[in-house]
Design a protein around this ligand. Structure first.
Ligand SMILES: *Cc1c(COP(=O)(O)O)cnc(C)c1O
Length: 425
């Protein structure tokens, strides 16, 4: 029996607690689990029986969340971890090795650009950044050492939507997995697996939890990629020395990536999500569709109002008919273009700092995807270390403010923006 999204977001992965009948998923605040006997312990360690050993690997509260996220994304399995950035490393870890590279979109979350351009070099991995609207350039960037293609559905800070089907076709032709960061869209607005994604990564910190309480991440596996076809993914296809020669793909089929991520990724990298965090995220996801509908409705209204304001030079929101990416909304995220966009103020840098200081409902913070409305002036904060040219290339020019629209009354948001723009001069 298949259920609708609104039903699944409340029920998937959760069942009454077998010990107590508790209706809400309990927080299993435990490190370890008693083995029935020595044979049971051995079977668990051999991955012959699925169960709980130690909470760095698996925990019942986290497992409920994993099943819920996998179900909503239409994947075979999911692994949760400590943050969105941890999820990106967890997604690449089974695929990569020294000397290997990924091809990623230039339009990405600022932290992702740093992680991929600097930090992964310490593992001997590298990243080639390409304009994903130039399909020929994406194809040309792929070489014999490429192991994945990476992009965001709705690229943070908003306004850009990736043509996932076109990128998936290129990855497919090259025999490579496509990894899609679906943080800004959430599975309510887009399910990248339906557009050809192999793996979906999330920062659960944002819309999925939805109230700014948790840092968490997830990697969802579509279960459809043939890890053995090319010989390029030996950790999944060949005997894995880190797990006494186990062949993950042969043994676990469509769950190979998920089992590898738990048995080796979480075991040895330790980027584990805690059960408290999983509980908050489970509760947040129960209202995901209700919130996303309101985020979209509010963003459409506020963006349209801002676009006609005389102090505003430009609004980059794909939900506006003026956006060059407006036609991709119907194809990639028909329920709406999300709740994130940027505005450029005619008054420049000075005007932006006055604007963010004058706002009362909107908070000036380094976060997005919260129930409350948030802003950040990137040029004076997150992108402060960059040159002006680099700031412009990253969509964070000195006169740009990023806005994450919350679920408050849209009239109140507009009134707050109006008084702040008046003060910004
Ligand atoms: C926030 C964010 C991340 C990083 O997630 P954390 O939970 O902060 O580690 C990655 N991608 C996107 C699109 C984000 O918005």
């Amino acid at each position: 029996m298949t259920h609708g999204f609104d039903t699944l977001q409340v029920h998937a992965g959760a069942r009454p607690d077998p010990a107590t009948g508790a209706r809400q998923t309990p927080i299993y605040q435990t490190t370890a689990y008693v083995f029935r006997d020595a044979d049971h312990a051995a079977a668990l360690f051999n991955l012959q029986e699925v169960g709980y050993i130690y909470s760095r690997l698996t925990n019942p509260t986290v497992a409920a969340l994993q099943e819920r996220v996998a179900t909503l994304e239409g994947g075979a399995g999911a692994v949760c971890c400590s943050s969105g950035h941890a999820a990106q490393i967890m997604a690449l870890f089974p695929l990569m090795g020294p000397g290997l590279n990924i091809v990623a979109s230039t339009r990405a979350y600022g932290g992702t650009i740093t992680q991929f351009s600097q930090t992964i070099k310490r593992f001997g991995w590298s990243c080639k950044f390409v304009d994903f609207d130039d399909l020929g350039a994406v194809e040309a960037a792929i070489d014999d050492n490429t192991r994945a293609v990476f992009c965001e559905t709705i690229a943070n800070p908003g306004g850009y939507i990736t043509d996932l089907d076109a990128i998936a076709a290129i990855a497919d032709k090259a025999g490579l997995p496509l990894i899609v960061d679906n943080t800004s869209a959430t599975p309510y607005l887009c399910r990248p697996i339906e557009h050809g994604a192999t793996l979906v990564v999330h920062s659960l910190t944002k819309y999925m939890t939805g109230n700014g309480t948790v840092t968490g991440g997830a990697v969802v596996d579509s279960g459809t990629f043939d890890w053995s076809a090319s010989g390029k993914f030996p950790s999944l296809s060949d005997p894995e020395p880190a797990y006494h020669g186990l062949k993950f793909h042969e043994t676990f089929g469509s769950l190979a990536f998920t089992f590898h991520s738990i048995a080796i990724g979480l075991r040895d990298l330790g980027m584990t999500m805690n059960p408290q965090g999983a509980h908050y995220t489970l509760m947040g996801i129960e209202t995901l569709s209700l919130r996303m509908r309101r985020h979209v409705e509010n963003a459409e209204r506020v963006a349209a109002w801002l676009e006609q304001h005389p102090a505003i030079e430009q609004v980059t929101y794909a939900g506006l008919p003026s956006s060059p990416y407006h036609d991709r909304v119907a194809k990639i995220c028909p329920e709406g273009a999300g709740g994130l966009f940027t505005v450029a103020l005619k008054g420049g840098y000075e005007s932006c700092t006055k604007f963010v200081d004058a706002l009362q409902i909107f908070s000036h913070v380094a976060n997005l995807g919260d129930a409350r409305s948030l802003v950040i002036h990137s040029a004076s904060t997150t992108h402060r270390q960059l040159s002006e040219e680099q700031q412009i290339a990253a969509g964070a020019a000195p006169n740009v403010v990023r806005i994450s629209i919350g679920i408050e009354d849209p009239e109140d948001l507009i009134a707050d923006l109006e008084q702040a723009l008046a003060q910004a001069g």
